[in-house]
Design a binder for this molecule. Structure first.
Ligand SMILES: Cc1cn([C@H]2C[C@H](O)[C@@H](COP(=O)(O)OP(=O)(O)OP(=O)(O)O)O2)c(=O)[nH]c1=O
Length: 194
């Protein structure tokens, strides 16, 4: 059986993969995350997830005995991708834009070995109650928003803003676990139940 590598520096993704009982190693995979001109959000997250998995495989010198998993999460509002906020002003602007509205969270997961690379994209819908400017400012001070797509963490303090989730909770946090397990099964990497 192949050894599984997670191409990610995200502690969330490590915790999520651990949650479903899979042993894995970590491999670095930093890639350019600039969107291409005219690229849709779905195409963007899929390209990045594949890119991270393939960069990890490259780092491991295309070893024959490994499978590498990469993922990418983007928050999409009115067709616009909200990445990680660059600074306080951008984080506050994102929270104000998300306040009192529904938005989409897209997460792509990709698995690659030397022969092929497969990906799935999962779309979820998250609704925020109204968030006041004072709350947004306090939230920024907690330090939670800076490394999160859309400037919030549903699994963290921002849970108090979320009135509804439709879709995959684990995908919003950073890795769609149901789809990940299915994808890994296709690569003959069994999860806890098989
Ligand atoms: C919307 C949302 C995002 N996030 C996080 C998940 C991802 O870590 C991050 C999105 O950025 P990504 O670029 O997908 O991932 P990353 O840079 O953190 O890690 P890597 O590329 O090395 O795998 O936002 C949450 O933790 N909670 C949430 O509710």
């Amino acid at each position: 059986m192949s050894q599984l590598y997670l191409a990610s520096s995200s502690p969330r993704r490590r915790e999520l993969l651990t949650q479903i009982g899979l042993p894995f190693h970590i491999v670095p995979a930093s890639i350019d995350e600039t969107p291409l001109a005219g690229e849709s959000a779905v195409a963007y997250v899929e390209r990045l997830a594949r890119g991270k998995a393939l960069a990890g495989l490259h780092f491991l010198a295309q070893r024959a005995d490994v499978c590498v998993l990469g993922a990418d999460t983007a928050v999409v509002l009115d067709g616009r991708i909200l990445g990680k906020p660059a600074d306080r002003a951008e984080a506050l602007a994102m929270l104000q834009a998300l306040s009192g509205r529904e938005h989409e969270v897209l997460t792509a997961v990709a698995v690659a070995n030397r022969d092929h690379c497969e990906a799935r994209v999962v779309s979820s819908r998250v609704t925020f109650r109204t968030v006041s400017m004072e709350e947004a400012e306090r939230y920024w001070e907690t330090g939670e928003p800076h490394d999160k797509a859309g400037g919030y963490a549903i699994q963290g303090l921002a849970a108090v803003f979320v009135s509804r989730v439709e879709g995959s909770y684990s995908a919003v946090v950073g890795l769609p676990l149901c789809e990940t397990a299915a994808l890994l099964a296709d690569f003959s990497i069994p999860c806890w139940q098989s």
